[in-house]
Design a protein. Structure first.
Length: 289
């Protein structure tokens, strides 16, 4: 719980800095069109940011640019930790709903890295924690990610994978088989763990399916469910859990895309600060579900 109400002027200043940074070259008129802030307020904020060294005004026109000092604002950002913290409540609720553990993983050059997991909750842990690295082409997480990421990202990832000599990357050297596998993942909407990988790593006792965590324009990673083969068959797992998994992945993508957690006490979204007073922000928070 917060100790104080949010400082609206500060939030507006951050929003203006965000727009200047995004627009590359921003005018007061352009900022006003996006925020509906009073133009005098925008000017004061820009001059304050200029005084702080975060923006600079063009010498010959009323255009503002972000300076290199804005780079210092992201030095403490760790993508893995950020995504893991945001994903934790979503994955926790999903574990409570279905009873099986899940992972959220992102692609890190040539492997999938788990950034959050619910495997350490309940009786089935499977001994995997955040930071665990897994092969892309043998895991449900990697297959779901690679099938749905954009072509450039896929090609870059495969260029790195093909340089690795381990057995789980052999498929990268067979373009036709690889394409067939990725086409099948796209047509089904989910990826499954390679059977040989399951046998080697889990003695065949575990199987997994994963879906991409994505918006219409961005793929963040992939989310899976791990199940005991002796309890849930792949056919039953798809029938019972695919739709809930896809809903959870969509919810997670929405949360990641907005850059905030689901905890409203720590989330003031952009709509709340566009011309808002403290009272209107309070109403907006109350209206959220």
């Amino acid at each position: 719980m917060r100790s104080f109400k949010p400082v609206i002027a500060f939030l507006r200043g951050l929003e203006i800095l965000r727009i200047v940074n995004a627009e590359k070259a921003a005018t007061i008129r352009a900022i006003h069109a996006q925020t509906k802030f009073d133009k005098a307020t925008i000017l004061r904020m820009l001059e304050t940011l200029e005084h702080g060294g975060y923006v600079i005004r063009d010498a010959e026109s009323p255009v503002y640019y972000a300076t290199a000092r804005t780079l210092s604002l992201s030095q403490g950002f760790d993508r893995h930790l950020w995504m893991g913290r945001i994903a934790e409540p979503v994955l926790g609720r999903f574990r409570n709903e279905i009873g099986w553990p899940s992972d959220l993983a992102i692609c890190d050059t040539d492997q999938m890295i788990v950034v959050q997991t619910t495997r350490n909750q309940g009786p089935l842990s499977f001994n995997r924690r955040p930071g665990f690295r897994a092969p892309v082409l043998a895991t449900s997480l990697g297959r779901a990610y690679l099938a749905f990421c954009d072509n450039d990202e896929r090609e870059r990832t495969l260029e790195h994978i093909i340089q690795r000599s381990d057995r789980w990357n052999e498929l990268a050297r067979h373009p036709r088989k690889l394409k067939q596998m990725l086409d099948q993942v796209r047509s089904r909407g989910f990826g499954v763990m390679d059977e040989e990988y399951s046998e080697r790593i889990y003695s065949g006792s575990i199987w997994a399916m994963a879906v991409p965590v994505r918006t219409k324009t961005k793929v963040f990673g992939a989310m899976n469910i791990m199940m005991l083969s002796s309890v849930v068959s792949p056919q039953e797992g798809v029938r019972k859990y695919l739709e809930p998994l896809q809903r959870a992945a969509d919810q997670l993508a929405d949360v990641l895309d907005s850059g905030r957690t689901n905890n409203d006490d720590h989330a003031i979204d952009r709509a709340s600060i566009k011309g808002a007073s403290s009272a209107s922000i309070k109403r907006a928070k109350t209206a959220r579900v």
